[in-house]
Design a protein around this ligand. Structure first.
Ligand SMILES: *Cc1c(COP(=O)(O)O)cnc(C)c1O
Length: 429
């Protein structure tokens, strides 16, 4: 391919606003020309190992022909149609495929655009469920350090902090449970129910792994405890599996670690294999039936222009097929590789709390400044990029979250670059 004459750098600098980017301080973005498998290739032909699945979305690998072909075929057949009053095979088939693989009891699929909207839909279903039943329950229970997305409802149930600070006064209040990594979250929930059960509309959790809050891994026992309490009190539990879905934590869904089924489950990120945006909120028939009525005010008045976009659904079906084919074995191997590497990394001075859950490895760096704005994260990011590895630490937390096609050699490159950084760190820069 001949290089385009278009001035990408100039146009980007003048006209593009990037996500989570401080344009007053950021390095210029790297222009990627193409990608294949676990690698991105920049315009100069330099290969970069994508050790974070391009913000946790790329599932099987970049440019998988099975998904690319499904998208091309669908785009030439039916690219889009209004989803109110109409349906199509890709949506029906993907819904059935998701239900078949999801924890038992989740029977209905509401499609949306991304993880944040999948959470918005879950929260709105839970809140309106009580309205439809004629009960005044307006309060959501959520976890400390949670991250559920960047729209207002999703921000409201997320932890308050740096990301939400400018909007703090506009977010709705939630009851906050303590971080389940360090606290007895089940007793805390029990206390909440004892005190104000009749206000509580739902409990939302990121099962097993709190992602953007610092790749914090918590126990199946606590998840099961939360689920048992919500069942006992008849309060819907929302499992936000936007990150953990489709095998990231080992089993297909993180809820399987605790053998629990939530009432609502949010999916996105890996749902199309990481090719195109799509969100899905799965619900039980009990919730669905609470909206079914001759009374039109009980309708779920929610929808997006591109709800159940056929191209996105076709990608989702192709991705499910790839998951079925061979990814179980590879996911297990990635876990083994992580655990073997963890032993060595844990011994390095300045690295602590190395942890592994399924295909995700995370560790904390000892830094002078802590938290998301810690300077050590960007320093490691630059160091790794110079060596052809894409890492994007969450402040002082570093993680590896590879596409499943990553080989043991690829993974070793990622571990090594972290170890090397710790060695170089002592030197003046
Ligand atoms: C990324 C993420 C979201 C938000 O998804 P977007 O597609 O970025 O809107 C919600 N919940 C969790 C757990 C996530 O990791």
């Amino acid at each position: 391919m001949s290089p385009s004459a278009f001035d990408v750098t100039g146009a980007d600098r003048q006209h593009v606003w990037h996500p989570y980017t401080q344009h007053g301080a950021a390095d210029p973005p790297i222009q990627i020309a193409r990608a294949e498998g676990a690698y991105l290739v920049d315009v100069n032909g330099r290969e970069i190992l994508d050790a974070i699945s391009s913000w946790w979305v790329t599932l099987h690998g970049h440019a998988r022909p099975e998904i690319a072909n499904a998208i091309a075929k669908q785009a030439q057949t039916l690219e889009q149609v209004i989803f109110a009053g109409f349906t199509h095979e890709p949506a029906a088939q993907l819904a059935a495929g998701l239900v078949e693989r999801a924890p038992v009891g989740l029977e209905r699929v509401f499609f949306s655009d991304d993880g944040s909207t999948a959470v918005e839909v879950a929260v709105k279903i839970a809140l309106q469920y009580w309205v439809n039943r004629g009960e005044q329950r307006r309060t959501i229970v959520a976890l400390e350090n949670a991250y559920h997305g960047d729209t207002f409802g999703a921000m409201s149930v997320s932890a308050r902090g740096l990301f939400t600070e400018p909007f703090a006064t506009l977010l709705f209040d939630v009851v906050r449970l303590p971080d389940p990594v360090e606290h007895d979250v089940v007793s805390a929930l029990e206390a909440v129910f004892a005190e104000r059960e009749r206000e509580i509309a739902a409990v939302i959790v990121e099962p097993m792994l709190m992602g953007a809050g610092g790749m914090r891994m918590w126990s199946a026992g606590a998840l099961r405890g939360i689920r048992e309490l919500t069942i006992a009190h008849g309060i819907p539990m929302i499992a936000d599996e936007v990150l953990t879905g489709f095998g990231r934590t080992g089993p297909l869904f993180a809820c399987e670690h605790a053998a629990v089924s939530p009432d609502l489950m949010c999916l996105s990120k890996g749902i199309t294999g990481g090719f195109v945006p799509l969100g899905a909120t799965l619900a039980t028939n009990e919730l669905f039936d609470s909206f079914k009525s001759k009374d039109r005010t009980k309708t779920l008045f929610h929808g997006h222009s591109y709800t159940a976009n056929p191209i996105a659904c076709a990608a989702g079906i192709a991705s499910l097929a790839l998951l079925d084919e061979n990814s179980v074995e590879r996911r297990r191997e990635i876990g083994w590789s992580h655990r073997a590497a963890a032993t060595g990394l844990q011994l390095i001075e300045g690295i602590r709390n190395v942890r592994v859950l399924g295909t995700v490895m995370a560790l904390d760096l000892v830094a002078r400044d802590t938290g998301y704005l810690s300077k050590i994260g960007p320093a490691l990011g630059r160091f790794a990029l110079d060596r052809g590895v894409l890492l994007r630490p969450l402040g002082d937390t570093v993680y590896i979250l590879p596409p499943y096609c990553a080989t043991d050699d690829d993974l070793a490159r990622a571990y090594d670059v972290i170890a090397d950084f710790m060695e170089f760190q002592g030197e003046p820069r």
